[in-house]
Design a protein around this ligand. Structure first.
Ligand code: XMP
Length: 310
């Protein structure tokens, strides 16, 4: 039986021993894993930690403000890093899912490395959890945050890695967060992939296409609050379909809505959402996003699908 209190005690001790009088940086995306990691390290080493939020331009509506507010309220020394332009630059011309993941990962570490040098730190803390390690070592996909496990030497990026949650699964991470006294708006958050909306824009990733999926995501989240599902989101397709907007036939965008129940993301079930709710989501997405002419609901379980489309 997992004991969060014991885990925290051991972790704090271990982190203090490893870090000593050196400095740590933690890239906090606002997700459960990276936020719990950040707060855990903050508790262990206090001001020797600087938390940064890398704004890659791929986050959900209001997310940068949310993360900075949360960090501030915890008393964590923090810094906002605007890297939107640079991230979109690396996605240019890339349509393949794995290539996009790798481009994201490289840019992420380069950005982090740059800030780490500026801040003269020695350690990077990150929220890698057990599932990331398993999926990467099994070759299911390359998680953006698993380095040592796939034979990449973090030293080439110029720092050492601290991964205090690497042995935990998501429910345990949430327990640790609760035990640490983090608010429910953090500990009970839906999982959100590291490469963020770049995985939900099929094909080429541009600021304009991300803006479409960001708005659709906001609508899905607003309309599905209280469903208690594991993940609720929108995906922008790479192809187009015919529709009618303002009385004219147009060739417009297609959005798929995905709402799944799951415990650990290893398997998932498409949620049987009441038709009225689905209809409302479709109506809002096609009304509020000018380019979208069609909205689909994904009824496939995992397996054979994955939760994300990429
Ligand atoms: P799949 O799509 O493989 O996803 O069923 C399982 C869980 O992992 C999340 N996911 C990711 N998380 N980097 C992440 O940090 C990634 O590249 C990534 N891909 C998928 C997904 O949202 C789901 O919760």
């Amino acid at each position: 039986m997992f004991n969060a209190k014991e885990f925290i005690e051991n972790s704090l001790k271990e982190i203090r021993e490893i870090v000593g009088d050196k400095k740590v940086i933690s890239a906090c995306s606002g997700g459960v894993d990276s936020t719990v990691t950040t707060y855990l390290v903050h508790k262990a080493v206090g001001k020797k930690l600087i938390a940064i939020f890398i704004d890659d331009g791929l986050r959900r509506e209001g997310e940068p403000e949310f993360v900075m507010r949360v960090l501030k309220s915890f008393g964590v020394k923090s810094r906002y890093v605007d890297a939107k332009k640079e991230f979109f630059e690396v996605f240019k011309g890339k349509t393949d899912a794995e290539e996009k993941r790798k481009a994201f990962r490289d840019k992420f570490y380069k950005t982090l490395g740059k800030v780490a040098k500026e801040e003269k730190i020695d350690f990077i803390a990150q929220g890698t959890i057990k599932a990331d390690v398993i999926e990467t070592t099994q070759g299911i996909k390359s998680q953006h945050n698993v380095l040592s496990q796939i034979g990449i030497n973090p030293e080439i990026y110029g720092y050492k890695i601290l991964e205090p949650l690497r042995e935990l699964f998501k429910p345990e991470v949430r327990e640790v967060g609760r035990e640490l006294g983090l608010p429910a708006e953090v500990t009970e958050r839906m999982p959100f992939p590291g490469p963020a909306l770049s995985l939900r824009v099929l094909g080429i990733v541009t600021p304009e296409r991300v803006a479409i999926v960001r708005k659709a995501t906001q609508i899905v989240e607003e309309e599905t609050r209280g469903l208690g599902t594991f993940q609720n989101f929108a995906v922008l397709h790479n192809d187009k379909a015919t529709g009618i907007k303002n009385g004219k036939r147009v060739y417009g965008d297609i959005i798929t809505v995905r709402i799944v129940e799951s415990v650990d993301a290893v398997t998932a079930k498409a949620k049987q959402v009441p038709y009225e709710k689905l209809w409302r989501i479709s109506k809002r997405i096609t009304d509020e996003i000018p380019s979208v002419v069609r909205c689909l609901y994904d009824i496939t379980d995992k397996p054979p699908s994955t939760i994300e489309f990429e």
